[in-house]
Every structure is written in C-alpha cells, then in structure tokens.
Design a protein around this ligand. Structure first.
Ligand SMILES: [Zn+2]
Length: 478
C-alpha cells in the first residue's frame, strides 16, 4: 500500500514566468512531466513567514494569525513583533498566541508519522515550517544551527559534513550543503513521511540584484542544479514516493524607495510600514477608520487599502480584510499596500514595479503586495499520487498544498481551509481526477478619485486572490 510520503521542495521568491529551459531545465521538465498548476497563487501579504505558515497550516492568515512578517502583538508591548526572530516567536508560542491552527508537524505526530525540516531560510521562517518540532521530537536542520536545528540533527550533520558554510548571494554553498544534509543524513537516518527542503534562492539574489539580474539567473541555475541532484537521487529509488515543488511568492522590481518610514501620522496609532503596512489605531471606531482611509487614499504612495467596520460594515474607500482572507483579531485596523503597477492585463518581470520601504536598493526585487508578479507561484508535483503531464488551470494557492498531501496519505484534512487538489490525484477516490467549478469576480472600492480592484476566484464557496491593483488617482505613474 502506498504511504503518500512526500518531499516538498521550495524555491523561495521564484516567479512562475521565470522558469525556463535556459535557467531551470530540471524544474521545467519536472513541471511538464508531472502535474503543473499554472494558476497557483501565494497569500496576502505575499511575505515569506506568512507564506510558510499558510502552507504548513493549510490555512490563510485570517485563520492562523501570522498576519504579516511584522506586526503589533501583545507579547511585544512596545516595538514590533518580528516573525524573523526566534525570540519573538518563542514569546508568542509560550503565551499560546503564535498559531490558531494545527501545523503539518502536529498532524504528522498525531498520525504517528515523522516530519523533517531542512532549511536555508531565516530562523523565523525555519521555525514556522514546523513551529513545535522540538517539543514533538521531530528533526530540524537549519543553516543557523541551534536553537533552530534540533540538537541531535545539528551534532550529527556537523560530525558527518563539517562546518556549515557562510551565507552568500547567490547562496550556493549553503544550499548545496543543505541538499547533501537531506539526501545523506536526514533520509537515511529518519526516513521522514513528510519533509520540507527550503532553498532561500532566488529570493536572496533577486532582492539584491533584481528579478532579471545576472547573479539572480546564476542563483536560479544553482538552485535548479541542486534540484536536479535531488531528482537523480529520487529516480534511483531513494527518498519519498512523491515530490511537490513550490515557490512561496514571486518578486517585482523595487522602483524607488520611500523617503522616510514615518509616512503615517503618529496620532493615528502604531504602524508597521513595508510593502504591506498595518496601522493599529488609538481610536478604532468606524468614524476614525473612515477618517484614516480618507487620508490614506490621498497619499501618492498608497496602493490598495483594507479595513472593516464594526459588525462587518464597509468603510468607504477600503476593501474588507475578508477579501484577502486576512481578517484576524491580531490584524491591523487599517492596512495598505505601497503603490505598484497594474498587473490585471499586462505583466511580466520587465514590467511589474512598486515603491518600496526598506531593505533593498532601487532596481532590487521586492514582494509583499498584490501584484500578479508577487502572487503567481510555482506549484507542481510528481510521483504515484499525481497525474502525469497534467496541466491544471484550476486556480489554487499555498493553503491547498498540505490538504493535498494529507489526502495522498489517506489522512483527514479537517481544520484546514485549503482544498485538496483532487483534479491532479490518481486513485480510487471518486473525487480524484475531477476539477471543481470556478467563478471569477472583481471587488472594487473608490474614494476621492482613488480606485482599487481585487480579482478573486471562487471555488466551492471559498476565495483565492488572483491579483489586486489601484487606478484613478491611485494609478502608477512613476
Ligand atoms: Zn519568500
């Protein structure tokens, strides 16, 4: 009987439209020969730790509560809660306020199965791949060592393979080291039922050298070479039954930087400013929210705006948080994106651009918003559970991945909000091989000449965001 054992390989920050024979021949072939989900999407905000958490809980941010890469959280009464930092995540975990949904690691533990993590991502992202791994006794290897790695795994890896190489861009040595850890140490030692192997490229190089940078292309080739090694190892009968490949979001060009991060009047309340920004208001009445939204849509940095009134009443000029599946008690009162190009009809790595807040220099890659270049991801699968040479047009997103893997393992998906991608599955289940109906709709809001639009897909009553854009006085004219 099949066990459904699965390896999930991630290329961080890889735009789907950058996968080509030239730069990524192994991945291109894998997508063509397996099940390829051509309309796969990230979540909002399209930031790594939010994406990791949405993947691993099979739920959007509005359900799991990691609402942004950084936000205001009661465990950090002053300053911002930073999901990149181990200490902040530990504080929230100890207070029972890190996650509102079960993780894949917890599901595997309940089923008597093992989950392993091998990660070159930040400490915070690596933690969120299996947030309670240490207490569950499940193996974790991080290039950041302890306390992110489990002690046993860390000691075993260092004894076998020597010291962990230094970080670089492209991060070639670390990624190749991590691939060796997976094939030579983790699988032979633990034979995990579910394993995630996370490459932090092309994200790192793309931030630094741009989506179309030569160094970014070198990073794509390097990550693809490592993927090729993994496929060769797998085709020789090693590792899992199935391999699923994803990217967590894409990147677009950071055109120009805000002159300052102090773009929101302090009297409004506390703010976290980035590609996605949240304002936690001193006065969270509907009247004040309306006033803040009215001010925001007059600012030339403002893209899309999100706010809810009490009891779900609309706020003029804003879309509801539920439209992006990010309505959570820990979420901001008012949120907005920095202005970006309109990707609703024309888009591409040479077109998609945005304002940005920090971290990069102009021309570098950025993500976090609702541009199609940020939301369109890679998702493909091969193995006995998946159809061969199947091109699925049915929209899907990160929260669908774990429900799909659970289904191939014969396990329940309750508590997830994703959908098992049954259209791509092979087997006796009458649901398999049948694609669901899809509706498309566009939500809009406008105020003071500022317009915004959000295109959604509706599948079995649940929504996935295709992309969002602003127009009118909110149109890109940089
Ligand atoms: Zn990422």
């Amino acid at each position: 009987m099949r066990s459904g054992s699965t390896l999930l390989v991630t290329f961080d920050g890889l735009r789907r439209d950058r996968v080509s024979d030239e730069f990524m021949p192994n991945l291109r072939r894998f997508m063509d020969e397996g099940s390829d989900f051509v309309n796969s999407r990230s979540i909002f905000p399209s930031e790594t730790r939010v994406a990791v958490t949405s993947t691993m809980t099979g739920s959007p941010p509005g359900a799991h509560g990691v609402v942004a890469n950084q936000f205001v959280h009661s465990v950090r009464p002053s300053g911002l809660f930073r999901t990149s930092e181990w200490e902040d995540l530990e504080l929230a975990a100890q207070a029972g306020q890190l996650l509102d949904r079960a993780t894949m690691g917890e599901r595997m533990a309940v089923a008597g199965k093992t989950m392993a993590v091998i990660s070159t991502a930040t400490k915070g992202a690596s933690r969120m791949m299996n947030s309670s791994a240490h207490s569950l006794g499940q193996p974790v290897f991080s290039v950041h060592g302890l306390p992110v790695s489990s002690t046993e795994v860390h000691d075993l890896v260092i004894a076998r393979l020597g010291e962990i190489p230094a970080a670089a861009a492209p991060n070639s040595e670390r990624i190749t080291y991590a691939a060796t850890v997976m094939m030579d140490v983790i699988y032979p030692t633990y034979a995990p039922d579910f394993c995630i192997f996370w490459m932090n490229e092309p994200d790192t190089s793309s931030h630094k050298f741009g989506v179309l940078g030569r160094e970014t292309e070198a990073a794509m080739r390097m990550a693809d070479d490592n993927f090729g090694q993994i496929l060769e190892w797998w085709c020789s009968g090693n590792g899992p039954e199935n391999i699923v490949v994803m990217s967590d979001h894409g990147q677009i060009k950071g055109h120009a930087q805000l002159a300052t991060l102090d773009i929101v009047p302090v009297e409004f309340g506390r703010a976290s400013i980035g590609s996605f920004s949240g304002i936690y208001l001193e006065d969270a009445s509907d009247k004040n929210k309306a006033k803040v939204v009215d001010w925001l849509v007059r600012q030339d940095f403002c893209g899309l705006v999100f706010a809810n009134g009490i009891d779900g009443a609309p706020i003029a000029g804003a879309l509801p948080w539920s439209s992006v599946r990010n309505d959570h008690a820990r979420g901001a009162d008012v949120g907005f994106t920095l202005i970006a190009t309109d990707s609703s009809t024309h888009y591409g790595p040479d077109i998609d651009s945005c304002l940005f807040a920090a971290w990069i220099t102009p021309g570098g890659g950025m993500h976090g918003g609702l541009n199609r270049g940020e939301l369109s991801t890679v998702l493909a699968a091969q193995g006995p559970a998946y159809r061969k040479a199947f091109r699925s047009e049915t929209p899907c997103w990160l929260p669908d991945i774990i429900p799909t893997v659970l289904t191939t393992m014969g396990l329940e998906t309750d508590g997830t909000e994703g959908r098992p991608l049954v259209e791509a599955l092979v087997g006796d289940d009458p649901r398999f091989g049948v694609a669901p109906a899809v509706e498309t709709r566009t939500l809009s809001a406008s105020l003071n000449g500022h317009e915004q639009h959000l295109r959604q897909w509706v599948i079995e009553g649940r929504t996935i965001v295709d992309c969002g854009w602003s127009a009118g006085t909110g149109a890109w004219n940089k």
